[in-house]
Design a protein around this ligand. Structure first.
Ligand code: ACO
Length: 378
């Protein structure tokens, strides 16, 4: 970490919030979500249970869960203004993340006086609908209306294809959404907290967080990670292709992390979920290839950047699992947003409760005493 008179580039090593939502230990490779080790929560909870847990600090009772699920299901359909915007975005060929950012910003229209928890439920419910409806529009199809009899994860898959998914697929997606729901003070969560810390609103915070998530150094990596696996094509080509990328100064997508210096625990959980999914489908070829690419990438990175501890991050197996679930590459990052939205909102609640403006300082490195030059003399 480079620190100089209180200056920490990238805020590395700076603790800027206290949270009860998730604990990330980058040296042990440990992630705890609201008290639960990731593997225990991710594989067992529904996405609605996880969201309730983060927003209320405890798991729901059956009655509470039924009510929460019903409320989310009721809020799923998009208002005409949001759907119209998606139609326009599709005509302009906007990327799914840009369409999501624009459409998410409409979500308080007509609800601007709603209580925080109501707005939060509207956002979680409709972010999933936006992603799925936009995907259909981009394929030249009519958006598929939500199915109120399905849970959040199942309905998301349903809105993408029109088919009610198998239990195995729903479990795969629940595990993914739970795995990415929260992760300390990552860039998009920080962006959301900064926005609500000014006493701005939840919709603004989510629109800002979506913008932060979009970049390839954050949530934009899984598509390129999968592209690399496809480009490699067979295990014996892994070394040559990856070495050429490193020689060209490229970063290997799905590897390296600001906090984790060991294998990202989310890679473990998602890798296991992906293996289960590919095994159930009876074709392990892509999974085996990805394992081999991972092993080669980690080995080459250790040689290329010794001492940097560049290990597999969450995005590598995200790509594999979401591909196994039948999702197209261009909605990997929006699907990350479907899960992370619940975590962003939980952080917004914490920040609102804490109530302190986030306002760091900068160090001026410019000149101090310039002579003013009139326009005609410049
Ligand atoms: N491939 C090749 N080299 C890498 C990689 C990589 N994936 N990651 C880091 N490095 C190198 C950097 O070039 C740098 O080398 P240098 O010091 O000789 O210049 C060194 O390792 C340290 O990298 P930093 O950029 O300082 O590390 P930082 O903590 O800022 O970056 C990040 C973390 C952005 C995730 C980085 O590892 C990366 O770009 N990875 C690839 C993209 C990716 O997978 N993103 C998803 C992250 S997970 C998430 O956000 C959900």
């Amino acid at each position: 970490m480079s620190k100089n008179n209180g200056f920490s580039p990238g805020l590395e090593g700076i603790v800027a919030a206290e949270t009860e939502l998730s604990h990330v230990d980058g040296l042990k490779g440990e992630l705890i979500i609201a008290g639960f080790p990731l593997a225990r929560l991710a594989a067992n909870a529904t996405f609605e249970e996880t969201t309730f847990l983060l927003w209320n600090g405890r798991l729901p009772t059956q009655t509470e869960l039924d009510k929460f699920k019903q409320e989310l299901a009721d809020y799923r359909p998009l208002p005409p203004v949001t759907l119209n915007l998606l139609h326009e975005a599709a005509k302009a060929n906007s990327t799914p993340m840009d369409a999501l950012r624009m459409a998410a910003a409409t979500l308080d229209l007509g609800n601007s006086d709603a209580a925080h928890h109501t707005t939060a439920k509207i956002i979680v419910a409709r972010v999933a609908t936006i992603v799925a409806n936009y995907h259909c529009l981009q394929q030249g199809k009519a958006p598929i209306a939500p199915n109120p009899s399905l849970g959040h994860a199942a309905n998301f898959l349903y809105m993408l294809t029109g088919d009610v998914p198998s239990n195995a697929r729903v479990r795969g997606l629940e595990t993914y959404l739970n795995t990415v729901v929260d992760h300390g003070l990552n860039a998009s969560t920080f962006a959301a907290r900064v926005i609500v810390a000014t006493q701005s609103d939840l919709v603004s915070a989510i629109a800002g967080a979506i913008g932060a998530l979009k970049g390839p150094l954050h949530g934009g990596a899984p598509g390129p990670a999968l592209d690399t696996v496809f480009e490699i094509g067979s295990a014996e080509r892994a070394e040559a292709v990856l070495q050429a990328k490193l020689d060209a100064g490229e970063r290997l997508m799905g590897f390296g992390h600001r906090v984790y210096k060991v294998r990202d625990p989310r890679a473990e959980v998602l890798g296991a979920a992906a293996e289960k999914m590919f095994r159930a489908d009876g074709d392990m070829a892509l999974y085996e290839l990805a394992k081999s690419v991972e092993e080669t990438a980690v080995r080459l990175l250790a040689i290329h950047k010794p001492g940097r501890n560049l290990q597999t991050n969450v995005e590598f197996y995200t790509a594999l699992l979401l591909h196994g679930l039948g999702l197209d590459t261009d909605i990997f990052t929006p699907t990350f947003a479907v899960g992370r939205t619940a975590g962003w909102l939980a952080h917004c609640f914490e920040q609102i409760e804490y109530g302190r403006l986030i306002r760091p300082q900068s160090r001026y490195t410019g000149t101090l005493d310039r002579a003013w030059m009139p326009l005609e003399e410049r």
